[in-house]
Design a protein around this ligand. Structure first.
Ligand code: TXA
Ligand code: MG
Length: 294
């Protein structure tokens, strides 16, 4: 299907992706069309390993260390594009940089290995909607545009990968499952993405939004609101993690936002989530869902 220029729904450990041959601009155009992306937002090239990554991107010492530590896994590196690399201009939105990651999900790994080259895949949601973390949600979003769809069950991480740009400076473009402190322990301080938002349009306001308004830091929900609680005090069907585990909360976040949204509440009220570790990425997605981040 990929070799024929078709689109494939691909499970990864983070969220479902809508995949195409990175070298085929017509297939990449079909991804943008299926997602309804307002402009050409660059895509992540998914590779098997560092060897395949070095064919499309220029690795420096920092990239070597981070990929050795966290691949395969939920870390994306934005690097200078390699001469003659297979990722087409359209997939890079014309930039001279390319985003690469080696996913750990066995079905994604098998797909890339069988195809034998890099596969670009944005999250499989339509533009402006939460990333799908179950096969059913992914099919509902962009299933109609795909030629094949792989059912990999629930995504274990549930949040998109951490995106780090290693150009001149090291910047955290998108917090994710690999935490800031894990990365800083290996390559030193990360600068903020601020002012760099154009280079990572996934950070736009309300990028991850459900239809209902979202209210944050809610300890007591109002009547008519759907409540996403966290920790022991939570009641109702959507406790992100009864034991207060941030990994479990991340894995449940997008599926619970969607489930709550389907009940047409007056608002989706969300309990406070601690900011440490994986909490930075969870709070980032929640602030975007609430429309608070410009
Ligand atoms: O976990 C993930 O990363 C998922 C799975 C499917 O791998 N993919 C994903 O892709 O979240 P997407 O397209 O929804 O988000 C990719 C992010 C966007 O914010 C995009 O702007 C940024 O990476 N990005 C891609 N290439 C870039 C580049 N050359 N420079 C800066 N940012 C880039
Ligand atoms: Mg996305």
């Amino acid at each position: 299907m990929l070799a024929a220029g078709g689109l494939v729904l691909m499970p990864t450990e983070t969220v479902y992706g809508l995949a195409a041959d990175a070298a085929n601009p017509r297939a990449v155009a079909a991804i943008y069309e299926a997602k309804g992306r307002p402009s050409f937002n660059p895509l992540i090239a998914h590779v098997s390993d560092v060897t395949m990554a070095r064919r499309i991107a220029v690795f420096d010492d920092r990239a070597e260390r981070l990929s050795a530590a966290f691949w395969p896994g939920p870390l994306t590196l934005v690097l200078p594009v390699a001469d003659g690399g297979a990722v087409c201009d359209l997939a890079r939105a014309g930039l001279d940089t390319v985003a690469v990651r080696a996913p750990s999900h066995p079905m994604a790994r098998a797909l890339i290995a069988a195809f034998g080259g890099p596969i670009v895949a944005p999250s499989a949601n339509r533009s402006g909607r939460p990333s799908p973390t179950t096969f059913a949600d992914a099919m509902e979003e962009t299933g109609a545009a795909t030629g094949s769809a792989l059912d990999g069950g629930h995504c274990a991480v549930g949040l998109e990968s951490t995106v780090v740009a290693l150009l001149y400076e090291a910047r955290l473009l998108r917090p994710g499952a690999v935490t800031r402190s894990e990365i800083e322990a290996m390559i030193g301080p990360l600068l903020e993405a601020e002012g760099d938002a154009k280079r990572s349009p996934g950070r736009m306001t309300r990028h991850y939004a459900p239809s209902a308004p979202v209210r944050l830091d809610v300890v007591v929900p109002a009547p008519g609101e759907a409540w996403l609680s966290f920790g022991g005090a939570g009641s109702g069907p959507w406790n992100l993690s009864p034991s207060g585990d941030l990994r479990e909360a991340a894995a449940n976040l997008f599926a619970y936002l969607r489930a709550a949204d389907r009940t047409h509440p007056t608002a989706i009220a969300i309990a406070p989530i601690p900011p440490e570790g994986l909490g930075e990425a969870i709070n980032d997605r929640l602030r975007r869902a609430a429309g608070f981040v410009g």
